[in-house]
Design a protein around this ligand. Structure first.
Ligand code: EPU
Length: 294
């Protein structure tokens, strides 16, 4: 049930039992009990305050590109930041809202002659999730560009944070249970033509070595210190290993692909099998990179 008064206040913004699979790149998972899509930061603050008042648990949905939703779906509220997607140029910085798509930010930065953003070329998802998980490539991560963050406390209060050293780590951050609302990202000056060419090269490189954006959730495991998970999984003979509708990608062994019939429990069973094989073959423990919603 939606909290009292929500139908009126969040007309067209809130719904019940909303299927989440189409909102994830994996295309897997059940519905959200309550789904809210605020149109601006004020609505987000109001929604969060309402959820707090009602004691309703919540989760934030960004691009759904690094996410595995349980087959039975999730209880409580899923708050989508997709509508908060503005990108503004400020001197040598971009002020980007959490729901802006990373590809869009990379494109705008290249055209504006801002260097550093091209390291994120080819990464799916939206800015909020990218900041939360410090998304990146081997060339750099989004945390390298962050000058300041506007974070919202779970009660709807906004605060500006200048991330101290250590705030970002490999595929993680200290954002915690706060919501990334906006990020101020800085680059250095460079020739837009060169930057656009770099972006094209990186996208091409990624396309050649990884499956596309749909039907997977990016790298399924983190790279263990000193190792590449893809190499370990490949060498353990896991490419093509299948459970139900999901299988280890032939193109890149650290990707699990969904053939369209895959379920969350298929993924988890496959993850266990891969982990076992890698442990036996190499004595290394793999940790999932993809977040799970249960
Ligand atoms: N490899 C294999 N077999 C495979 C795949 C890879 O032997 O099937 C070997 C490669 O030959 C290479 C090594 O493993 O020697 C590393 O592979 P790759 O260069 O593809 O990079 P990665 O470490 O697997 C990381 C990020 C990717 C990012 C790429 C490119 C992680 C877990 N992965 O992949 O990020 O796109 O670098 O910059 O940090 C993600 O985080 O979701 C992700 C896809």
């Amino acid at each position: 049930m939606l909290p009292a008064g929500w139908h009126r206040r969040f007309e067209h913004r809130a719904s019940e039992e909303r299927p989440l699979a189409p909102l994830t790149t994996f295309r897997i998972g059940g519905p959200a009990q309550i789904f809210v899509e605020p149109q601006d930061v004020d609505e987000l603050a109001e929604a969060m305050a309402n959820l707090k008042k009602g004691g309703i648990p919540w989760r934030i949905l960004g691009g759904g590109s690094n996410l595995l939703v349980a087959d039975k779906g999730v209880r409580g509220a899923v708050v989508s930041l997709a509508r908060l997607s503005a990108v503004r140029k400020r001197d040598r910085m971009l002020e980007v809202d959490a729901g802006a798509r990373l590809i869009e930010v990379v494109r705008i930065a290249a055209s504006a002659g801002l260097e550093g953003f091209e390291n994120l070329a080819g990464i799916p998802g939206r800015v909020g999730g990218a900041v939360f998980g410090n998304a990146g490539s081997r060339y750099g991560a989004i945390g390298d560009l962050v000058v300041a963050l506007d974070l919202m406390e779970p009660d709807g209060t906004l605060l500006r944070v200048v991330p101290p050293a250590g705030f970002f780590r490999y595929r993680g951050s200290e954002v915690g249970d706060r919501i990334v609302v906006r990020a101020l990202l800085a680059g250095s000056e460079a020739d837009p033509k060169l930057l656009r060419a770099k972006v094209r090269d990186l996208v091409r490189e990624r396309r050649a070595s990884q499956p596309g954006w749909v039907g997977n959730a990016g790298c399924i495991f983190k790279n263990p210190p000193g190792h590449a998970a893809g190499r370990l999984i490949d060498a353990a003979g896991c490419k093509g290993l299948r459970v139900g509708g999901v299988f280890v990608s032939q193109r890149h062994a650290n990707f699990v692909e969904n053939d369209g019939k895959g379920t969350s429990s298929d993924v988890l069973r496959l993850v266990d099998r891969v982990r076992d094989r890698v442990r036996k073959a190499h004595g290394v423990e793999l940790e999932m990179e993809v977040r799970r919603w249960e």
